[in-house]
Every structure is written in structure tokens, then in C-alpha cells.
Design a protein. Structure first.
Length: 277
């Protein structure tokens, strides 16, 4: 359920929009817990980022970037330095917005695994929502590797069976064949109508995602792959505080990075690698 300024949200005629927009509102309304916003402006901000997350997912699916393990990762050297760990480090003097856009505009030059793809999609969605000037001010030192993100993206996870379009879900494959360990799971963006985008799996239903992972189980496996209740998303409230970032003069902590070399892990598994769980 949606609350705005402490009261149940009752949209008027000005909120009538396209189907994706309305699907997001409907999903928020049907959630088993409250989604509270100080003003309608913050609610609209979250809906727009979620909508752009869906559009960025579709654009990535339509592009030419391919799934690859960290050791086989590729990027455009005009914008990024490829690290030995398979991460993409923003080059000095390159605008973050230009570099993120390039992943979609020159997609054939890029290969990465599915956790990295979700981070790229989140950044691209935020960029399309707040514009290049604000994005470049906030996200100045990008390093794309697994779930590593800038502090101000505010990435976090919750456990719930009710996902909202624009959330990232995780399909787990507990009996994955060790010879194809990168199929241990799929991080996928929830779109709509039970459709999900997982880099390397394209856009599929939940059933088809599970069937795809089940092809890579051990021969004696007795447990199917499945959709977990883990949901990962940015902190929309935190991002909404940067409507006018040039009035800010802030220090942000540098993220701790562990080059774990484990492809296709969930955000919670990544936190475990960092020693947080």
C-alpha cells in the first residue's frame, strides 16, 4: 500500500499514464507492507527510475553485449580500463554518463556477467532519470565489478515474495554442475506480466528461467532451480535527495571491493564475500 505524507495515496486524473507506469503503481498498492513517501514528488521519482530500469533492461536485451565470466570480460577501452579481475574502471577525464551510455550504444564491445549487468542497468536508469549533469556529479569514480556500487546508489536487499517491476530478483540453482559454475543462479530484473530479464538468458517467464538453469545441474541432482524471495534495489529515497546535487558538498566513503571471481552470485552472497554476513 502507498502512503504519501502519512495518508493513503489516492491518485487523481493527472496520474493517468502509460501501462508500465500504472503497473508499477498497482504493484506498490498491492504490496503486503507500506511504501511511504514524504511527497508525491518522491513517489513519482521512484516510479520513473523503476520504469527506466525496465526500459534499460529491454535495451540491453536488444543490444549485442553477451554474458561472460569475469576472466572473459570485455569493455570499450575508449571509456574503461579492464582490470585483471574483469572489472571496468572508469578512465580519467571520461564522463561517467558517457561511459555508461556507451555500454548500450556500442554494446558489441562489451561482455560481462549477470550481477554486473544489473548494476549497469541501475546506473543507466538513474542516469535517464536525473540527467547527465547530476549523474556525473554524483557518480564520479565508477568501477563496475559484480555488485560493487557507488555509495550513493544505496543498493540493498530485502526478503519478500512480492516484487515490484524494476526490482532485481535471484534465481538460485543449488545443484549446479561444477563444470558450469556460472549457472549457479541468475540475477534478473522483474519486468511485468511474470517476465524477467537475465543477462545471458534474455527475457523469459519464471518457468523458462528455471528450465534454463535446470539444464546445468549435476546428474544426480534432486533439487530444481527456483526463484528466491531475495529482492535487490537502489535506495530511491536516498537518490531523491539529489534532485539538485550541485548544492551539495559531500564526502562519500569508498566502497570495499573483494574480487571474488564468482560469477552470477546474488547481492547477499556478495555481501557475504565482503564479510558483512
Amino acid at each position: 500500500m502507498i502512503y504519501v505524507a502519512g495518508s493513503p495515496f489516492e491518485p487523481d486524473s493527472s496520474w493517468n499514464s502509460d501501462k508500465v507506469f500504472n503497473d508499477i503503481i498497482d504493484s506498490l498498492e498491492k504490496a503486503p507492507f507500506f511504501y511511504s513517501f514524504p511527497t508525491e514528488k518522491e513517489l513519482l521519482f521512484e516510479i520513473n527510475i523503476r520504469k527506466n530500469t525496465i526500459e534499460s533492461s529491454i535495451k540491453m536485451d536488444e543490444g549485442e553485449s553477451v554474458f561472460a565470466t569475469f576472466k572473459n570480460a570485455r569493455c570499450n577501452p575508449e571509456y574503461w580500463n579492464l582490470t585483471q579481475a574483469g572489472g571496468f574502471l572508469l578512465k580519467p577525464e571520461v564522463k561517467p554518463s558517457d561511459a555508461v551510455d556507451d555500454i548500450f550504444e556500442n554494446s558489441g564491445l562489451y561482455s560481462f556477467e549477470c550481477a554486473t549487468s544489473c548494476v549497469i542497468i541501475f546506473y543507466h536508469a538513474v542516469l535517464k532519470t536525473i540527467g547527465s549533469d547530476s549523474f556525473d556529479y554524483i557518480f564520479q569514480n565508477l568501477y563496475l565489478y559484480s555488485w560493487n556500487t557507488d555509495y550513493d546508489l544505496g543498493l540493498h536487499s530485502i526478503f519478500t515474495d512480492h516484487y515490484i517491476p524494476g526490482d532485481v530478483v535471484y534465481f538460485n540453482n543449488p545443484d549446479v554442475d561444477p563444470e558450469t559454475s556460472w549457472f549457479r543462479g541468475v540475477n534478473a530484473v522483474a519486468l511485468k506480466n511474470n517476465l524477467f530479464f537475465g543477462h545471458g538468458f534474455s527475457i523469459r517467464t519464471e518457468k523458462k528461467m528455471v528450465e534454463g538453469l535446470n539444464k546445468y545441474r549435476t546428474s544426480d541432482s534432486k533439487q530444481s532451480a527456483y526463484l528466491t524471495s531475495l529482492i535487490t534495489r537502489p535506495s530511491y529515497n536516498q537518490l531523491a535527495g539529489f534532485f539538485n546535487p550541485h548544492r551539495w558538498n559531500f564526502y562519500k566513503p569508498s566502497p570495499i571491493i573483494v574480487h571474488h571471481n564468482k560469477d552470477s552470485i546474488s547481492f547477499r552472497q556478495y555481501l557475504s564475500e565482503l564479510g558483512y554476513e
